[in-house]
Design a protein around this ligand. Structure first.
Ligand code: HEC
Ligand code: HEC
Length: 496
């Protein structure tokens, strides 16, 4: 119980508000095109965003060209459809944000804007002043997560997608498909007011004919109300009085829901394809005996499986088990809060009257526990199984173990990536040092220059925190470096 230190926690809250004030002052320079209220984007972030958007448009344009001569095999058609939707910014309320805005290939399908990774950790939505509460995960390998289930022997929930497992996959038999149903109507992401708007927008896209040939001519055979354009141009969430603002008959509503399911299944089909979930890292080449680790990489791998105990959660496979570098369970490793998240300040109505974070600066990410006990969630694509409510206390603050595949994949060595559910860590060395010294180094004082090297802030939450495998590993500096170098062998697209 070393970590249950209420004074340290109070200290960290005070430090949090100081840092928040600094962050507010440095990133609040008003940017052109930004809407009133909330956090605005720095000129540097806007510059990078413009580049990312151009790249997304270029990838989309190449995929659209393939529609002229689509593959003749249904699986490949589904993959192409999924790609076209994942790169389609028309599926967001302001027609400015594709899924890929937060998930691009050269970063291993996570956040593509170095400046945001370094500062806000989270990404803005289609309404650019609204930021999410978490760091984008990689969408590669996500379709290989099992449907969420409870393993009573282990006492663990296993599977699902999202940091808190809330895309369970129990309705569609596929967590990644249910995941893909979250962002379109998430008010801080793509921001549509109704899932029917995603279907309506898709019906106007160049991939409509291919979609109908794969999923059936009924897909978009929906008589849209006269006001559908206006309704779908208004950012969500919908009001409680009119939760489904695209007014459809019950049969047409059912058709729209089914088409939305098939859109999501197509997207997950693309995420599972060899183009994304590719198993083409140096690590895979070494397994196949087509390459050899350097001595330092080998040392890192040995530590990963030995003294570092990383392999107990980030599993490197076994009989009948792919090396996915996660066991799909959840743990609280004691990650500190990330005071740079703009979410802490989203407690006042924005220009459209929406409040993303009613708790404001006192928000604590409850992880899997919050999902099970149905607290305020920004998107909830899957229903909660009420029988699991009793598991909530044991899962409070637990976060799903992320895959480490592509964890170092980045476009250049200066490019900053953020790590952990809240993006607190901004380098692999830092997070390895944290695993090594969380329970050894003292708490940081407010504005402590040694933060991350000679001291650590309090955990965001100490509930269910793992103290047996994490926190005091006794690794030397060189051993920490070797672990980092080993993780660098997990980037896909490795060439000799
Ligand atoms: C504004 C940024 C943003 C956009 C746009 C976005 N995502 Fe994400 N994505 C995130 C964040 C943040 C998370 C983690 C959210 C959480 O855990 O609550 C995430 C998580 C995921 C995951 C879960 C991975 C795992 O291992 O569990 C997948 C898959 C994914 N996104 C795919 C998509 C798809 C498909 C779309 C479009 C339909 C999309 N994302 C749009 C930011 C974004
Ligand atoms: C008890 C289970 C457990 C052990 C042991 C463990 N991890 Fe983790 N790891 C996690 C969880 C859970 C997260 C997500 C933490 C969060 O978001 O707060 C994580 C996150 C990470 C991340 C960030 C990935 C990303 O995409 O954001 C890296 C890198 C990482 N771990 C590396 C390691 C290394 C290296 C070791 C061994 C020194 C290790 N882990 C040991 C459970 C574990």
């Amino acid at each position: 119980m070393r970590f249950f230190d209420p004074l340290a926690h109070t200290g960290s809250r005070a430090a949090l508000s100081v840092v928040m004030a600094i962050v507010a002052a440095t990133i609040a320079a008003k940017a052109p095109g930004a809407e009133e209220g909330g956090t605005t984007l720095s000129p540097r972030a806007l510059q990078e965003i413009a580049k990312v958007e151009a790249e997304i448009d270029a990838i989309e344009a190449r995929a659209v060209e393939r529609l002229a001569a689509p593959p003749d095999n249904q699986i490949q058609q589904i993959e192409l459809l999924g790609k076209l939707m994942l790169y389609d910014k028309e599926l967001s309320v302001n027609r400015n944000e594709a899924c890929a805005f937060c998930h691009t290939p050269e970063t291993g399908f996570t956040g593509p804007v170095s400046e945001l990774n370094r500062t806000t950790g989270a990404y803005p939505g289609s309404v650019r002043t609204r930021f999410s509460d978490r760091k984008p995960q990689s969408h590669a390998y996500a379709p290989l997560s099992p449907v969420l289930h409870y393993n009573p022997g282990q006492g663990d929930l296993v599977g699902g997608n999202f940091w808190d497992m809330r895309a369970t996959g129990r309705r569609l038999g596929n967590p990644a498909a249910e995941q893909a149903q979250g962002p379109p109507t998430n008010p801080v992401e793509m921001g549509l007011p109704d899932i029917a708007c995603a279907v309506y927008r898709a019906s106007q896209r160049p991939y409509r004919a291919l979609f109908e040939s794969v999923w059936g001519a009924q897909s978009f055979a929906i008589p849209w109300p006269d006001d559908v354009e206006q309704v779908c141009n208004r950012p969500g969430p919908a009001t409680a009085a009119d939760p489904l603002p695209v007014h459809l008959s019950r049969i047409d509503r059912g058709r729209a829901s089914t088409t939305f399911d098939q859109m999501a299944q197509s997207i997950s089909g693309y995420e599972a394809s060899a183009e994304v979930t590719s198993f083409t890292s140096k690590y895979d080449a070494v397994l196949a005996k087509k390459a050899q680790f350097t001595p330092q990489e080998q040392q890192g791998y040995d530590l990963f499986r030995g003294k570092g105990q990383c392999n107990t959660c980030h599993r490197d496979g076994g009989p009948g088990e792919d090396p996915l570098f996660t066991d799909f369970t959840a743990s609280n490793i004691g990650t500190p809060a990330n005071p740079r998240l703009p979410y802490y300040r989203e407690n006042r109505p924005d220009a459209l009257g929406y409040v993303a974070n009613p708790e404001g600066p006192s928000f604590v990410d409850g992880g899997v526990g919050s999902f099970l006990s149905k607290v305020h969630l920004l998107s909830q694509p899957s229903a909660v199984d009420a029988r699991w409510l009793k598991l909530a206390p044991d899962n409070q603050a637990r976060i799903q173990v992320p895959t480490l595949r592509n964890v170092d994949k980045r476009p250049s060595s200066e490019f900053v990536k953020a790590y952990g559910h809240n993006g607190y860590f901004t380098s692999l060395k830092q997070i390895v040092h944290f695993y090594n010294t969380r329970d050894v180094l003292p708490r940081c004082r407010p504005n402590d220059a040694g933060e991350g090297t000679t001291c650590w802030p309090a955990p965001e939450s100490t509930a269910n925190m793992n103290t047996s495998r994490v926190g005091r590993l006794g690794l030397s500096d060189a051993e920490e470096d070797a672990l980092v170098v080993f993780m660098q062998t997990l980037s896909d697209g490795w060439v000799h």
